[in-house]
Design a protein around this ligand. Structure first.
Ligand code: SF4
Length: 276
């Protein structure tokens, strides 16, 4: 057992459901999916965002990803060798009534797979949350662990694959198996969403698959809008889809994406969402 770097409470790695990890939505009794059919059933029957989050956080439907995330939680990275790792699927984070819905790819092995919160504990998250703070969409610029006090009223951040994959690449089967979790999350929050921000081309393709999205039309009338940084499309529901380069370490290091470019995206997202 190792102690959480913020709370000082000791945990096993991976963290057992309901053992007191900050933000853990599950209990030891939360229903656990162990195959694709069970994911579809449990996702489809979730009646609220907290219920869905709890079920996501204990899912074991993808054997390769379960093994990987739990192995990483035990072996750790040297810099975090003194910390417990979450080592479980990472549910969406943020408001249950978001005006802005941000879609990434999957948790990072030593970021969200360690901290248990989306985009928390790695450099991508550092850039993303700092930009959200500059835009006035979260209450603090720092996101280091699930007990750091980060809050938002307007934003929810999620991903189409909830477990950290080896080399950041899930297989097509794993993507398909995990899809009902995001589909149900969208079912539960979409009535509030005015803007979907897609982080990278994969996030863009995922956003186009969200229920209601097959009738997506680009603002200029292109039937299948193509991803681009700053490109805006319109969902059939009236919500907008806004493309943004992924704030990966490589994109930020090479200057393909800069903090100023991220700021422009979230200024635009707020404008489209009607947030002053
Ligand atoms: S990737 Fe999704 S479906 Fe697969 S084990 Fe993780 S949460 Fe479950």
């Amino acid at each position: 057992m190792l102690v959480h770097p913020n709370t000082g409470v000791a945990f096993e790695s991976p963290v057992p459901p309901g053992s007191g990890w900050p933000g853990d939505p599950a209990t030891p009794l939360t229903a656990t999916a162990t195959d694709a059919a069970q994911v579809r059933a449990l996702a489809g029957s979730a009646g609220s965002v907290p219920e869905l989050d709890a079920r996501v956080s204990v899912c074991r439907a993808c054997p390769r990803l379960v093994t990987w995330r739990e192995d990483v939680a035990v072996t750790k990275r040297r810099a975090f060798a003194d910390q417990p790792y979450w080592g479980r699927p990472v549910p969406g984070w943020g408001s249950q009534r978001p005006r802005i819905f941000i879609v990434g790819l999957a948790p990072a092995a030593h970021g969200a797979n360690r901290t248990g919160r989306m985009f928390t504990g790695d450099r991508s998250g550092d850039q993303l949350y700092a930009a959200l703070y500059r835009a006035g969409l979260v209450n603090q610029p720092i996101s280091v662990d699930a007990a750091d006090g980060l809050r938002t009223e307007q934003v929810r951040i999620s991903a189409p694959v909830k477990c950290a994959p080896p080399a950041n690449v899930p297989t097509p089967v794993e993507r398909d198996t995990c899809w009902p979790w995001l589909e149900s999350e969208w079912r539960l929050v979409s009535e509030h969403v005015r803007v979907v921000v897609a982080l990278g081309g994969f996030g863009w393709q995922i956003a186009l698959r969200l229920p209601g999205a097959p009738e997506v039309q680009a603002i200029r009338g292109t039937p299948k809008p193509r991803f681009g940084h700053g490109v805006v499309a319109t969902l059939a529901s009236g919500a907008r889809l806004l493309g943004c380069y992924h704030p990966s370490q490589q994109n930020m290091f090479t200057g393909r994406l800069t903090p100023a470019m991220l700021d422009d995206i979230f200024i635009k997202a707020k404008e489209l969402a009607g947030i002053r």
